[in-house]
Design a protein around this ligand. Structure first.
Ligand code: SF4
Length: 341
């Protein structure tokens, strides 16, 4: 779906009255209409024009899976060129309806524990393709009187390798005429692309930043995440401190718990020293072994012990509840069986 701004620009060029753009946005976001033909106030010739020039969906839902209690719903979408991507809706008890969106088809970053990384890179998504993943869930929720109220850029792809489209999408999620989601409820998650973090400080300073760390030092991080060979830990930490200093926002560090790889007490102490004094929070992620070969998940006691060490060292930490395991919607499992051919 085009942004309201772009829709208005298109209408200006074609001599179509501006109020039509508002009517369309109202129909989409208030009345859950999902095709132009159902927006009865629009003249037929305008409907035909819009279906061609500004389609509501740039993607087609192919499969929808949900877990037993309906709190996690994963959709597989086909893009117009046949590439496939996935997005996940997570419904929390505190009324958060959070959509995890993909920003690339596949991913070039090759993190060794990640199913998406194994697909390789296919292409960047446009901002419309990013936004439409959430629009799909928004319209489903609207019929039950609910809305999407959180967005996380944590699906397939590295957001800062598709920077401009991700920022456009984030701004569209924030637009009061559309999703109307506060930047404070929008999180961009990066594997540690330093120039992207620096740009984000200027472009969307109110949004949340999550950094996938997964190791407390360069040596281990380089084995797990090739990006660590380009952006070293020292420089990454300096940039993260600059982010918190300039935005006053707490950073979330993501740390996936891999058995006998990064889950020792020694690693926990090293991580504590690395992050001491930072405005941050550590999210310990139980690993989903579904598509991994050789890499095992840390056992619960180990994760608890790791979290305990962080806490006694004054580093706030929580263990993430992995909501989508049974439908392969958990972090790093988005490619799954349905990867693009
Ligand atoms: S963890 Fe994220 S950045 Fe790394 S390969 Fe997977 S999708 Fe890409």
């Amino acid at each position: 779906m085009k942004s309201l701004f772009e829709l208005r620009e298109l209408f200006k060029k074609r001599g179509i009255p501006q109020f039509r753009a508002n009517q369309i946005y109202q129909a989409l976001f208030k009345s859950a209409k999902n095709n132009y033909a159902d927006i009865h106030v629009l003249p037929k010739d305008l409907t035909e024009f819009l279906e061609k020039e500004a389609p509501i969906y740039t993607l087609k839902p192919l499969i929808k899976n949900q877990n037993k209690d309906g709190t996690t719903i994963k959709a597989l979408f086909e893009l117009r060129d046949g590439e496939k991507i996935e997005a996940v809706l997570m419904k929390f008890e505190d009324k958060r309806n959070s959509v995890c969106v993909s920003c690339q088809a596949g991913c070039p970053m090759k993190c060794v524990f990640c199913a998406t990384g194994k697909m390789g890179f296919r292409r960047n998504l446009t901002y419309e393709e990013i936004v439409d993943q959430a629009l799909y869930f928004e319209q489903e929720l609207l019929t039950k009187g609910e809305r999407v109220n959180h967005i996380v850029f944590m699906g397939m792809g590295e957001p800062f390798l598709n920077y401009d489209e991700v920022i456009k999408a984030a701004k569209m999620f924030n637009d009061p005429a559309g999703f109307n989601i506060s930047f404070r409820h929008i999180t961009v998650s990066t594997s540690g692309i330093i120039p992207g973090i620096k740009q984000m400080i200027n472009d969307i300073p109110q949004a949340n930043l999550a950094v996938s760390l997964h190791a407390p030092n360069d040596k281990l991080r380089k084995k797990l995440m090739p990006v660590a060979k380009t952006y070293l830990m020292n420089e990454l930490m300096e940039t993260c401190k600059e982010y918190t200093h300039k935005t006053h926002r707490r950073i979330t560090y993501e740390y996936v718990m891999l058995k006998d790889i990064n889950d020792s007490d020694k690693c926990a102490h090293e991580l504590s020293s690395l992050l001491r004094g930072q405005l941050c929070h550590v999210n310990l992620i139980p690993f989903n072994e579904t598509y991994s070969k050789g890499i095992k998940a840390s056992v619960k006691n180990r994760i608890d012990s790791f979290a305990h060490i962080l806490k006694i060292n004054g580093i706030p930490a929580t263990i993430r509840v992995s909501m989508g395991k049974e439908i392969n919607a958990a972090c790093g499992q988005l490619a799954g069986k349905n990867k693009s051919k």
